[in-house]
Design a protein around this ligand. Structure first.
Ligand code: PLP
Length: 638
């Protein structure tokens, strides 16, 4: 476990059990040992061809744990509750979940359900997100906020006003000054009193990768000049009482509570100014940014870690707002946050299989005679060869390395000129590998081929170099004997993972087992898990090479013999599904190909038996149908 730093990034949800497998503690630190769920057992169960009416699911697989979502929501709320109690803050916390982090229907429905006791609401940043948030919140707590962010046109604003009419606690947050005219106009037309928020462009700047939205030159929000103009306009039309919320977002993964408190303090001053100017301010919405410790280092200096936990985050926010408001003798506002990453990251695990690996285990000397090989070498190459042999006899490591490189280079030149054939070139490689092994050259980093697309499932690694913890989900009681990078199925040299948490350029990995390996019922399989990827990755993932999304299951803790129950299973998109996304019509494609099959076989009718031709052509057609219906990934025998 320490090789993969599981105790660092995994606590309190992931640990290694006595079988050497990763187990999930869905209720966090409150999970009892019999409630822990073995990830390997889930994979075996859902990929068993006997499961789901003979349709065992294909990997890659996303396993969702709704109980983890519940625990995250409870932990976030109790962190704020504790801070509010201990600091004597005179209002409450009421967060929203930004649906952009993961719009999956069941994820959003779970958050609304589990968040209902805490009046937890939703944040939308586009029209479809608003539509889904509206329909989900109809089943939620009526006090829960529906925060409408993002660029807005008339239609977005009228939809948000309709949401208010439907008794959803909707706040339209001005992201651009121009949106105000639409709001004033449409709210009069529809006779709806809006609740308006304003997004402030703070000067406090988060300098990490995710901070490009912050600071004076940030993409979003209103400057102080613009905020003052909004106040004036609202006053002129008699709607200043509608302005009730101040929002800001200084970026995701805020590295330290010092920066957080700085930003919150600046926003709290703006809030107090808005109160002074006559707005009926009620809420300060501190945006997202509550960070995740992806590498388990708890370090402010790591790009993928943060130097605080939920408790410290909440205490910093409460204290910063309280301090400013007390100084200005202003009533404490309701505290809202839009934490996305912190709520959904832990709840899903992506599991994929390694299908092969490059091997350097047994360098083989060619069957070509050594003499034939040496005779073919140029004079210089022959001199390298004898120097190499002499150095190998002496066990002179550095000289061996020098002459293996030199010999290989000279032989390549000879091959290019046509004076060495392919067998001779291969024989030189084999010879050099043997010498390297004999003198104890460290085994090179190997490439493990994974049945996955990085572009579909881990797009942030490709796009912004974001690191996620990756570890085998089993065999953790066995010392890995190799180091490897991961290469995916796409025909793209970027489709690889060669950077890992902790600044590593390779991952400790186990030898792949052949038939009869030591791992019981799991002979030959090698499964890796990518953890903490529940936020952003699914919606950002693309269709490069037409690899679609993974299969998805929802797993809940249960008291039955397995300690878990699969409550929902969705196979990933088939080849037909992904083709449809690109405007192809799989049904027509199938008909065209079937027609072609018939034409090809009709030509053979004259000289072959009609029945056997009919059978062969229908076999071909059903093969085609199967290809359309299966997922695009490698079908690894289960
Ligand atoms: N709110 C706004 C306005 C955002 O732009 C974002 C994401 O960038 C979030 C909330 C969610 O941030 P996080 O996932 O860091 O909590």
């Amino acid at each position: 476990a320490s090789l993969y730093k599981i105790d660092g990034w995994g606590t309190p949800y992931f640990s290694v059990n006595s079988s050497g497998n990763i187990s999930v503690r869905p209720h966090g630190s409150g999970t009892l040992s019999h409630q822990e769920i073995d990830l390997l057992k889930i994979v075996k169960k859902v990929s068993d061809p006997k499961s789901f009416g003979g349709l065992g699911l294909q990997l890659p697989l996303v396993v969702r744990f709704p109980d983890v979502l519940k625990n995250r929501l409870e932990s976030l709320n109790s962190a704020f509750e504790d801070a509010i109690q201990s600091l004597g803050y005179e209002s409450h916390y009421q967060g929203v979940y930004p649906v952009k982090c993961n719009q999956d229907r069941f994820v959003v429905e779970d958050i609304v359900k589990f968040g209902s006791p805490f009046r937890f609401g939703l944040e939308a940043g586009s029209k479809p997100e608003l539509l889904l948030a509206m329909s989900c919140l109809c089943k939620g707590n009526p006090e829960a906020f529906l925060v409408c962010n993002g660029f807005k046109d008339r239609e977005y604003i009228s939809l948000a006003l309709i949401a208010r009419k439907l008794a959803l606690n909707t706040v339209i947050v001005l992201e651009q000054e121009e949106e105000l005219d639409f709001i004033i106009d449409l709210s009069k037309q529809l006779c709806i009193q809006p609740v308006i928020g304003v997004r402030a462009k703070l000067r406090t700047k988060h300098s990490g990768h995710f901070g490009s939205t912050s600071g004076e030159k940030g993409k979003f929000g209103l400057t102080t000049i613009q905020i003052l103009r909004v106040v004036k306009k609202l006053e002129q039309v008699g709607m200043l009482d509608c302005l009730q919320l101040l929002h800001f977002h200084i970026g995701s993964q805020i590295p330290s509570t010092r920066l957080l408190a700085d930003g919150v303090g600046e926003a709290a001053q703006i809030y107090c100014e808005l109160v002074r100017l006559g707005a009926h301010m009620q809420v300060i919405d501190i945006g997202g940014g509550l960070g995740i410790d992806y590498d388990g280092s708890k370090s402010v200096d790591s790009d993928v870690s943060v130097g605080y936990g939920l408790q410290e985050y909440a205490a910093a926010v409460v204290e910063a707002v309280q301090c400013v408001c007390d100084r200005r003798a202003i009533k404490h506002p309701v505290l809202c946050s839009e934490s996305g990453r912190a709520i959904v990251s832990h709840h899903s695990v992506l599991i994929f299989e390694v299908v092969s690996a490059t091997t350097y285990k047994d360098p083989a000397m060619s069957t070509l005679g050594l003499q034939y090989l040496v005779e073919g070498l140029s004079e210089d190459a022959r001199a390298d060869y004898s120097n190499l042999s002499a150095a190998a006899m002496r066990g002179d490591y550095d000289t061996c390395l020098l002459y293996t490189d030199q010999l290989k280079q000279r032989c390549l030149e000879q091959f290019k000129q046509g004076s060495l054939d392919m067998e001779q070139l291969a024989a030189v490689d084999g010879l050099c590998d043997l010498v390297s092994k004999a003198i104890g050259v460290k085994e090179p980093v190997r490439t493990y081929h994974a049945n996955i697309s990085i572009f579909t499932s881990i797009p942030d690694f490709w796009a912004i170099g974001q690191l996620f913890p990756i570890a085998p989900i089993h065999r953790l009681d066995e010392k890995p004997s190799a180091r490897g990078i991961l290469s995916d199925l796409t025909c793209d040299s970027d489709g690889k993972i060669d950077k890992f948490i902790g600044g590593e350029s390779s991952l400790p990995l186990h030898e792949l087992e052949g038939e009869g390996g030591a791992n019981g019922g799991n002979v030959g399989k090698y499964y890796l898990g990518m953890f903490l990827g529940g936020a952003y990755e699914e919606a950002l993932g693309g269709l490069h090479n037409l690899f679609g999304g993974p299969s998805v299951v929802r797993v809940s803790q249960s008291d039955g013999p397995y300690s878990f129950a699969v409550t929902r299973a969705m196979p990933g998109p088939s080849c037909a599904d992904v083709l449809r996304v690109m405007q192809h019509e799989p049904e027509l494609m199938f008909e065209t190909l079937k027609q072609r099959v018939q034409e090809c076989y009709e030509q053979r009718m004259e000289d072959e038996d009609e029945d056997s031709i009919h059978n062969a052509s229908s076999d071909l057609a059903s093969g085609l149908a199967r290809s359309f219906n299966n997922m695009p990934y490698l079908a690894v025998d289960s």
